[in-house]
Design a protein around this ligand. Structure first.
Ligand code: ZN
Length: 339
């Protein structure tokens, strides 16, 4: 199923398919939580289906569709020595993503993918490969992919999916047709979330920066617990609670996620300092944020926000989490006390 906010991209590609103008390489981009990966799967199925529906979507019943459904991606029947697998058990549909989040896609896996793509299709139709989180390719892997991008085999379609396309070499980007996905208008997103029976959908959508699938994930039990602990620490430190014990609690949680929440919190303070009517992310703490916006020195809030942005950029540096959070909470405490 194509999500309602993807219909324009879907129709564009389907008309290219009908007119036999589909390029050999596509790059699906847009922020996390918009369903790019699901779109890539639907497109792969649509290209391999023997009798697609009028909308272009796969029928779900033909031989090809059944092969694509037999086993989920990354099923144990796939070869686990490599991150390269088939989608279902269809021989003409390949799937590649990092073995673990934050790990690189390796050159050997790209070589294997390119070798498989150069073979004739076993079912006489398209050969399709999806590279999820394509920006995780290391430089050797990206260079290795270039040859296939420059000299693609007949009827091959390579679908790259990336939330951070700026990390892909320009040589790779420039050889793909880019399909961009955007945050849907709020009404479309909240209607969809209501259909999924998501409670508190307006807040979840704000916290997800408008991305409906991320909003759906955040609505799951405990998904917002790290944010809750961070907010308790910020409000607690402002009320003279022990900074060290809050830092200890935060040090056990994933730093990138917490830094993201801290960024959103400070950005909300700044928005409210610019305009009391500003739209904010943390809707559920509007009263607390309004009060902070009145108290805090704007320049100093910017200073702390810069610190957070720098920390978010140094993703791979291993940090002493306890010290990191003590430092940040001390900065926050100074900010609040000087107010
Ligand atoms: Zn089918």
């Amino acid at each position: 199923m194509i999500y309602p906010w993807q219909s324009q991209q879907w129709q564009q590609l389907q008309s290219q398919v009908r007119e036999q103008r589909l390029p050999h390489a596509l790059l699906l981009t847009g922020q996390t939580g918009l369903g790019k990966c699901d779109f890539a799967i639907q497109l792969a199925k649509s290209l391999l289906c023997k009798q697609p529906q009028a909308s272009g979507e796969a029928c779900g019943e033909c031989d090809a569709c059944l092969l694509l459904q037999v086993a989920p991606v990354n099923d144990e029947s796939n070869n686990r020595d490599s991150a390269l697998t088939h989608m279902g058990t269809h021989p003409d549909c390949l799937w590649l993503e990092p073995e673990e989040a934050d790990k690189a896609i390796k050159v050997d896996d790209i070589r294997a993918l390119c070798a498989a793509m150069s073979l004739t299709s076993q079912y006489g139709g398209y050969k399709v490969a999806v590279i999820n989180m394509a920006d995780s390719m290391n430089m050797n892997a990206a260079n290795s992919l270039l040859k296939t991008l420059e000299e693609p085999g007949a009827n091959t379609v390579l679908i790259l999916v990336s939330s951070r396309p700026q990390r892909l070499p320009i040589t790779v980007r420039s050889r793909c047709q880019r399909i961009s996905f955007y945050v849907p208008v709020e009404k479309l997103a909240t209607d969809w979330l209501a259909q999924q029976k998501i409670a508190n959908s307006e807040l979840m959508l704000r916290l997800a920066h408008g991305a409906p699938l991320l909003a759906q994930q955040l609505a799951q039990a405990d998904a917002l617990q790290p944010r809750q602990l961070l907010v308790e620490a910020l409000l607690g430190v402002a009320r003279n609670q022990s900074l060290v014990s809050h830092a200890e609690g935060l040090s056990k949680l994933p730093a990138p996620e917490l830094l993201g929440w801290l960024h959103d919190w400070l950005a909300d303070v700044l928005r409210l300092q610019s305009s009391a009517q500003a739209e904010i992310t943390n809707l559920d703490y509007a009263a607390e944020l309004r009060q902070l916006a009145q108290q805090l020195n704007m320049q100093r809030v910017y200073g702390l926000l810069d610190e957070v942005l720098n920390l978010r950029r140094m993703q791979t540096v291993s940090l002493n989490a306890q010290l990191l959070w003590e430092d940040l909470l001390i900065s926050w405490q100074l900010l609040v006390k000087r107010a």
